[in-house]
Design a protein around this ligand. Structure first.
Ligand SMILES: Cc1cc2nc3c(=O)[nH]c(=O)nc-3n(C[C@H](O)[C@H](O)[C@H](O)COP(=O)(O)OP(=O)(O)OC[C@H]3O[C@@H](n4cnc5c(N)ncnc54)[C@H](O)[C@@H]3O)c2cc1C
Length: 1006
C-alpha cells in the first residue's frame, strides 16, 4: 500500500507562507507533502497584497510603496522560476522582467539654508541580474567597497583646491588597502584577524588624513555630499572590519545587534557626516524605523541587521531598484498562487486562524482552530478578476461567490479587519493533528500572534518574549492620481523618482509610480501621473483591538496627514501645483463634480493598522528575541515570516522569502541553498544545544584551530597519471557519497607529488604549546567541481590529496579528525635542502602482501632519484610568480588543465597569491556497522603561503614504486612502477592551514 503523504498546514498566505509552499512542493522534494494554505479574506500576499477597484479605472491599490532591491537574489530566483513554469502566452507580462521597471537612482531630501533640496544619488547598473546563480561573496563585496572609496577619493581630489600631496598620500593608503584585500583568500572567515586589522588601519588613516585636509579648506555642497558618502561607506567598512563582523559574523552580529545602527555608525565615522546625513534618514524612512511611528523621534535599527543589509545592497546585480509595473500582488502573489495550484496546493480562503493548541505534554501542536468567515456558494473560490490581460486580485471579495454576498457588501464588512465581524459567518472548525495535518507552518505576522499563540507562550516562554519584544509599527499609504504629468507638476527630476528623507511630514517617502498607469483601465481621459506617499503612522505599540472606533480614527488621521502634505509640503516637490501658497486640488484626478479638498477623498488612502499589516521592525536589542524556524519548541511546528530569526532580520520581501525557505528546510531538509547565505550561516543563531562543544579529554593530542608552519621545505614533482583512474578516484570520493551534490573531475592527467619537511608546526589556538616537526609525502590531483553532474562547466578548482604519508602520528590524527586528510603512517627520508643530488625515500606502515600471518610493519613504498638542480648553483628564485613562469617555460605541459577553462587563470593566480583551496572527504566509521559512516562530509579549507623565502627548480627524476598490499598507488593512479617524472621545484616557505567549511554533509532523508 502506498505510504500516506505528509500533510502540512500553512497558516497565512503572505510571501513567507507562499515561499514555504513553493519549496515544500518543489520538484526537488523526493516525497512532496500535501500542502494546504489557510488565509483570511479573499486574497494572498499579506503586506504585499494589492487590490483592483473596477469602480475607479481598475486602479492599482497597494498597502504601500513596494520596490525590490537588486540584491534580493532569493526572491528574484523564486519569481523568475515561477514565471518560467507558467504558460503566460496570453498574459500582459510573459516574464518577470516584463513586469518590473529597473531604476538607477535614489533621491533624498536635504535641508539647505532652510530650503528642502533634492539630492540625487545615481547607482549605475552592475553586471548580472538579481537571482542569477553565484551571487558575490562577502569578500568580493569588501574589495568592491574599497575600490569605490578609491574612486570617490579621486573625485574629492578633483573638487579640492590647493596642495595635493597629502591627498596623494591618502590615495596611496587606499591603493594599499585594495591590494591587501585582493591578496587575501576569498573566504573572509579564514583570514587572520591581523589582516582585517591592518586593512581597517589603512582605511582609518586615509579617512583621518582626509578629515584633516578638508578641515583646512572651504567645502561646497557638492563636495560635502561626496565627503558624506565617503564617510558613510568608510564608517561601515571600518565598523565591519574593526568589530570583526567580516571575520566572525555570528559573534559580532550578536554583539552589535544590541546597538542602535546610527550610534554604531557614529562610533566608526571619522568625518562625522554620515550619521547626520539625509541619506541615513532616508534609509530609516524606507524601513519605517521609528517605534511608535514618530519620524521626528530617534530611529531604531539593530546595527548588525542594518549593516548586513547595506553591505549586501552594495553589490546588487542589474539595477539597484526594481519597481513594479502594476500592482505588487498581481506581480508576486498572483503568479505564485497559480504555480502552487498547478502543483496541487490547496487554498482555503476566508479561513481565519484563531488558535493553536499544544498537546498536553507541550511537545507538539495538536489542533488549530479556524474561524470560517463566509460560506461559499460553490464550496470553492476563484479569486481573480481579469484586467488588461492580467489576472488581478480585486479590492473586495467577489461577492457573487459568497452566500449572502450582497448583504456582506451592503454592510461593508472588511474580512481583513479584526475590528469587524459578520453575523452570517459559519461556525469555526478545528483541525486535528494526525487527521487534518501532521505539521504546521505558522506564517502569520508577529503582532497578530498573541490571541492565536497564547497557549504556546505558556508552554515555552521564548514565545512570550518574542511576542513582547519584536516590535511593529503602523504605516500610512496615500495613492494619488493626477491629471498632470510629472513635468507639468514642476518636478525637475527624472520620471519614476523614488524619494526619501522628507521628514517635514509623517509621509516622508514619495515615489512616482506612473509606470503602473498602462496596466489600469480608465478608458478615455486616464490620469497622467500616479504617485504614492507613505510613512510610519504615529500609534500604539500594540494593536488596540479593544477599541472599535480605531479604524475610523486611523483613517481620519491619515486623511488629515495627506491633506496637510499637499497643502503645506508638496510645493518642494511639485511647485507648479501650488498657487499663491495653496494646493491646486483640481490637479487630482476625480469626477468633475467633486470640488476642492474633497478630491483627496477620491484617491486611495489606507492606514495599515490590522495586526498582521503592521511593519515588522528590527530594533536594537530585539533580534535575540526572535525564534528560528527549526527551533520553535514544538516538534511539528515551524514558523515563517520577516519576524523570525532569518539571515537578514529586516522587514523585507527578501527576508520573508528566506524565512519561507528556512521553514521548508526545517520540515524537509530542503532547500539546501539560500543565496548569499553561507550554508553554515553564522548569523542564524544556532539551536541552543547544537553543535555540542568538543570535549577536551585528559591528555588530548589533537588540537583545534589554524596550524602555522615555519621554514617548510616543499619538493614537488609532476608526473603524468591515467586520467580515467583519477576520474574514478574523484567519483568514489565525491560524486558517489554526495549523490552528485559535489561532482568533481580531474582537470588534468598530471599529478603533483610533494616531499615536505614541514619545519616547525604550531597551533594558533595553543600559543604556549611549543612546536613539533613532521615529514610527509603527499600526492595531489587538480580537481574541478562541476556545476552539476551532467554539466561540463566547472565552478571551482581545488587541490585534492588522495594519499598523504607522514611520520608524526599526532599530526596524522589531527589532520583526519579536523579536515579529513587521508593520512597514513609513513617515514620520509629526504636529502638536506641543498644536497647536490636531491633524493627521496618513503616507507609506510603495512605489508608487501596480503595474508593472515603477515605482520604489518615499516615497508618501502617509493623512492625518487636521478634528479639534480636545474637552477644554477647559488641562484635562488625569489618571486613566486617567477617560479610559476619558470615552471611553465621549462615544461609547457605543466599547464595541462583542460583548455578553455576560465578558472585556470584564477586557480594559478590563487596559487601564486599563496592560497590554494583543498578538498577533502571527511568521515568517521560507525561503531555498530563499520562498513557505514556515522559522519561523512565533503569539506574544503585553504592552505596559504604566509612567507616565501626562495625556490629552486629540479631536473626530472625517476619514481620507483614498491608493492604495498594496503597502498597500491601505482594501480590507483594508473602509472608504471617505474615512472619518469617531470620537472621539480623546491620551495622554501612558511605556510598555514586555515579553518574550513563543509560543502556537503550526509544526512538522513526526512
Ligand atoms: C507599507 C509597507 C511597505 C513595504 N515596502 C517594502 C518594499 O518596498 N520592499 C521590501 O522588500 N519590503 C517592503 N515591505 C516589507 C514586506 O512587505 C514584508 O516584509 C513582507 O511582505 C512580509 O511578508 P510575510 O509573509 O512575512 O508576512 P505578511 O505579509 O504579514 O503575511 C502574513 C499573512 O497571514 C495572513 N493572516 C494574518 N492573520 C491571519 C489569520 N488570523 N488567519 C489566517 N491568515 C492570517 C495575512 O493576511 C497575510 O497573508 C513593506 C511593508 C509594508 C507594511
Amino acid at each position: 500500500m502506498a505510504e500516506a503523504r505528509r500533510r502540512i498546514a500553512i497558516l497565512g498566505g503572505g510571501i513567507a507562507g507562499l515561499t514555504a509552499a513553493y519549496e515544500l512542493t518543489s520538484p526537488d522534494q523526493p516525497n512532496p507533502p500535501e500542502v494546504t494554505v489557510y488565509q483570511l479574506g479573499w486574497r494572498l500576499g499579506g503586506k504585499c497584497t494589492s487590490g483592483r477597484d473596477p469602480s475607479a479605472g481598475s486602479r492599482v491599490q497597494e498597502h504601500g510603496l513596494h520596490v525590490f532591491f537588486g540584491f534580493y537574489d532569493n526572491a528574484f530566483a523564486m519569481l523568475r522560476d515561477c514565471y518560467e513554469q507558467l504558460d503566460l502566452s496570453k498574459d500582459r507580462y510573459k516574464t518577470l522582467w516584463d513586469a518590473l521597471q529597473p531604476y538607477d537612482q535614489i533621491t533624498v531630501m536635504e535641508e539647505i539654508g532652510g530650503k528642502q533640496v533634492p539630492w540625487v544619488i545615481n547607482c549605475p547598473p552592475l553586471p548580472g541580474k538579481p537571482g542569477d546563480p553565484h551571487p558575490p561573496s562577502i569578500w568580493s563585496i569588501v574589495i568592491n567597497v574599497l575600490k569605490w572609496l578609491l574612486r570617490t577619493h579621486a573625485s574629492i581630489i578633483d573638487g579640492l583646491e590647493g596642495n595635493q600631496s597629502p591627498l596623494q598620500r591618502i590615495e596611496g593608503k587606499l591603493h594599499r588597502a585594495v591590494a591587501l584585500a585582493e591578496g587575501l583568500g576569498k573566504v573572509a572567515v579564514a583570514h587572520e584577524k591581523g589582516d582585517h586589522e591592518a586593512l581597517a588601519a589603512l582605511i582609518r588613516e586615509a579617512a583621518e588624513d582626509l578629515q584633516e585636509r578638508v578641515s583646512q579648506v572651504g567645502v561646497d555642497d557638492k563636495l560635502r555630499r561626496l565627503l558624506t558618502l565617503f564617510d558613510f561607506v568608510a564608517a561601515n567598512a571600518l565598523g565591519g572590519l574593526e568589530d570583526g563582523f567580516l571575520f566572525d559574523p555570528y559573534r559580532a552580529g550578536q554583539r552589535i545587534n544590541g546597538m542602535e545602527y546610527r550610534d554604531w555608525l557614529s562610533s566608526h565615522s571619522i568625518l562625522h557626516l554620515a550619521e547626520k546625513s539625509a541619506v541615513l534618514r532616508a534609509l530609516y524612512d524606507l524601513i519605517f524605523a521609528y517605534p511608535g511611528g514618530d519620524v521626528n523621534a530617534k530611529g531604531d535599527i539593530a546595527a548588525g541587521a542594518m549593516f548586513l543589509g547595506l553591505f549586501q545592497l552594495w553589490q546588487y546585480r542589474g539595477s539597484v531598484l526594481w519597481k513594479m509595473k502594476t500592482a505588487t500582488g498581481d506581480i508576486v502573489a498572483g503568479p505564485l498562487y497559480k504555480l502552487l495550484l498547478k502543483r496541487g496546493v490547496k487554498f482555503e480562503f476566508f479561513s481565519r486562524v484563531d488558535r493553536l493548541m499544544p498537546s498536553a505534554d507541550g511537545e507538539t501542536i495538536d489542533s488549530v482552530t479556524i474561524g470560517r468567515q463566509v460560506t461559499l456558494t460553490s464550496g470553492t473560490y476563484q479569486p481573480f478578476i481579469r484586467v488588461k490581460d492580467l489576472d488581478c486580485w480585486p479590492a473586495e471579495p467577489l461577492y457573487d461567490q459568497i452566500d449572502n454576498g450582497n448583504l456582506l457588501k451592503q454592510q461593508k464588512v472588511d474580512l481583513e479587519s479584526p475590528w469587524l465581524s459578520w453575523a452570517h459567518a459559519p461556525p469555526p472548525v478545528t483541525l486535528k493533528r494526525g487527521q487534518d495535518f501532521d505539521d504546521v507552518a505558522l506564517a502569520i505576522s508577529v503582532a497578530a500572534l498573541p490571541p492565536i499563540c497564547g497557549q504556546l507562550a505558556k508552554a515555552d516562554p521564548r514565545w512570550q518574549r518574542m511576542m513582547d519584544e519584536v516590535q511593529t509599527v503602523e504605516t500610512m499609504n496615500v495613492q494619488l492620481w493626477f491629471d498632470r504629468t510629472l513635468q507639468d507638476m514642476g518636478w525637475g527630476g527624472k520620471d519614476g523618482t523614488l524619494l526619501g528623507g522628507y521628514d517635514v511630514s509623517q509621509l516622508d517617502t514619495w515615489a512616482d509610480i506612473s509606470e503602473v498607469l498602462p496596466s489600469e483601465d480608465w478608458g478615455a481621459n486616464p490620469p497622467r501621473n500616479a504617485s504614492i506617499l507613505c510613512g510610519p503612522m504615529k500609534g500604539p505599540a500594540k494593536p488596540p483591538l479593544g477599541d472599535p472606533t480605531y479604524p475610523a480614527t486611523a483613517l481620519k488621521a491619515i486623511t488629515a496627514a495627506a491633506a496637510d502634505f499637499l497643502q503645506n509640503h508638496s510645493a518642494a516637490l511639485w511647485p507648479a501645483l501650488s498657487q499663491n501658497g495653496s494646493f491646486d486640488w483640481n490637479a487630482l484626478h476625480a469626477a468633475p463634480e467633486i470640488k476642492g479638498p474633497d478630491r483627496l477623498l477620491a484617491q486611495y488612502i489606507r492606514p495599515n493598522i490590522a495586526p498582521s499589516e503592521r511593519y515588522v521592525m528590527s530594533c536594537a536589542g530585539t533580534i535575540e528575541a526572535r525564534i528560528r524556524a527549526d527551533d520553535t519548541g514544538f516538534a511539528n511546528l515551524t514558523i515563517a515570516g520577516d519576524w523570525i530569526d532569518n539571515p537578514q532580520n529586516l522587514g523585507s520581501f527578501e527576508a520573508s522569502v528566506m524565512s519561507g525557505k528556512l521553514a521548508s528546510r526545517a520540515l524537509t531538509g530542503l532547500p539546501k541553498e539560500i543565496l548569499r547565505v553561507d550554508p553554515k550561516n553564522p548569523l542564524l543563531t544556532p539551536p541552543t544545544n547544537w553543535p555540542p562543544r568538543f570535549v577536551e579529554p585528559l591528555g588530548n593530542q589533537t588540537f583545534p584551530g589554524r596550524i602555522d608552519f615555519k621554514d617548510v621545505t616543499l619538493n614537488s614533482f609532476w608526473f603524468e597519471a591515467n586520467y580515467d583512474k583519477l576520474a574514478a578516484i574523484c567519483r568514489t570520493c565525491f560524486d558517489e557519497p554526495s549523490g552528485g551534490t559535489v561532482s568533481c573531475v580531474p582537470l588534468s592527467s598530471w599529478m603533483m607529488m610533494s616531499f615536505a619537511d614541514m619545519g616547525k608546526g604550531r597551533f594558533d589556538s595553543r600559543p604556549n604549546m611549543g612546536w613539533s616537526a613532521e615529514k610527509e609525502l603527499a600526492f595531489w590531483i587538480f580537481v574541478g567541481r562541476k556545476k552539476a553532474p551532467d554539466s561540463d562547466e566547472i565552478d571551482e578548482a581545488f587541490l585534492f590529496n588522495p594519499v598523504l604519508c607522514l611520520d608524526n602520528s599526532v599530526a596524522m590524527m589531527d589532520g583526519r579528525e579536523v579536515f579529513g586528510f587521508n593520512k597514513q603512517r609513513g617515514w620520509v627520508d629526504m636529502t638536506p635542502r641543498d644536497a647536490a643530488a636531491p633524493s627521496f625515500r618513503v616507507d609506510v606502515f603495512g605489508a608487501t602482501v596480503d595474508g593472515p600471518n603477515v605482520q604489518w610493519d615499516r615497508v618501502p613504498l617509493l623512492k625518487l632519484d636521478g634528479t639534480s638542480w636545474l637552477t644554477a648553483p647559488g641562484e635562488i628564485l625569489t618571486d613566486l610568480a617567477e617560479v610559476a613562469a619558470g615552471l611553465v617555460r621549462e615544461v609547457p605541459s605543466l599547464l595541462p588543465l583542460r583548455p578553455g577553462l576560465p578558472l585556470l587563470a584564477e586557480f594559478l593566480q590563487a596559487l601564486i597569491d599563496g592560497t590554494a583551496p583543498v578538498l577533502f572527504l571527511k568521515q568517521f566509521r560507525d561503531i555498530e556497522n563499520q562498513d557505514l559512516a556515522c559522519y561523512q562530509a565533503i569539506c574544503t579549507a585553504d592552505s596559504k603561503i604566509t612567507g616565501f623565502h626562495g625556490a629552486r627548480l629540479m631536473k626530472p627524476g625517476t619514481l620507483t614504486i614498491s608493492p604495498v598490499a594496503n597502498l597500491k598507488i601505482a594501480d590507483a593512479f594508473g602509472i608504471s612502477p617505474s615512472t619518469d617524472t617531470g620537472i621539480g621545484v623546491q620551495l622554501n616557505i612558511d605556510m598555514a592551514f586555515l579553518p574550513g567549511r563543509e560543502l556537503w554533509r550526509a544526512e538522513p532523508t526526512k
